[in-house]
Write a protein that binds this ligand. Sequence first.
Ligand code: PLP
Length: 389
Amino acid sequence: MRVPLLDLCQQNQTLRPGLIGAFERLLSTGQFILGEEVAQFEQQIAAMAGVRHAIGVSSGTDAILLALMALGIGPGDEVLCPSFTFFATAGCVARVGARPVFVDSCPACFNLDMTDAARRVTAKTKAIIPVHLFGQAAAMGEVMELARKHQLAVIEDGAQALGAEYGGQPVGSIGHFGTFSFFPSKNLGAFGDAGMLVTNDDALAERARILRVHGSQPKYYHQLVGGNFRLDALQAALLSVKLPHLASYSEKRQANAAYYTDRLGKIPGVAEACAPECVSHQPSSSQAKMLLPAPHARRTHIWNQYTIRVSGPGRRDALRNHLVKNEIGAEIYYPLPLHRQECFAYLGQPEPGLPQVERLSAECLSLPIYPELTRAQQDWVIEAIRSFV
Ligand SMILES: *Cc1c(COP(=O)(O)O)cnc(C)c1O
């Protein structure tokens, strides 16, 4: 049985009339960049993310870049961020001329280890970028506490977690800025690149809106050097068709995750990772050959990825090959941590090192979890894993 890692066609085909209607509407207006479609979509995202301002941008990456620019972060500044994340989180820090300071990760929830973050703060630290990795909110209570103590700006990278909550608060609404991506593989996927920057701060929102259009205010008069970070009207119109379904997509992902955890958890040698507070993580059960992701009680998980850990030298890659042989898509997010990337060699290696990140990049494997996955397909994945363990 074929089980792809993700199947975008199924989801989009069911929305065909609405999507074609949105395209036809655009065709007759001729307004292709920003405009009413974007403004309406921004309001919808602001409402669901519980923020005053949502600013439609060209990608999740540009949302992070714009946040850093609006905060005035640049050369001489340090920004704390995970090493175990997608490249854009740290890439944007380097692009504004600041220094990414890589922090270790919690082995159970994969998000920032806040004890480690605290010890890497210096007089130059200006901001922290918690990433809500794989769809689960980071330890925002601890993040905000550290930020208050050292007057750091907080940019929540919510690219993978639109709709997730921390202690009842939507991610993206807790820090100074929140960023979202509508890259097609995210829970709310566009038909190309698209993103959103959100904030509750009126002044920061104003600055970000000006920077989105080359820093021009009014048109052709520039007090700031911005860029072209605008969202296309077509992406906004198509995303508005999908947005009402986001909650049900995420619920289906949650149900699929619960099913995996229930069935895989019964296989001898497989255990659920403990869900600690990410401030004093306990070493996870060392006997287990495979650890299942455990959602934390106070943080909702929208399961952009269902990521297991496979211990033992070469075992993760062997399992991936075994799954691929059985026509199952499985992907390694992320095989090379950011502190080991060639482009960041100039930063030197973090001192102390990042032992949890090293382990995670060697052990993590993400399984198919998309909403349209059938039980038969999940059973096929579960049986393939059972025959491997
Ligand atoms: C996808 C992603 C981004 C970048 O979003 P794009 O829309 O692809 O530019 C940033 N951070 C994380 C954690 C992501 O997963």
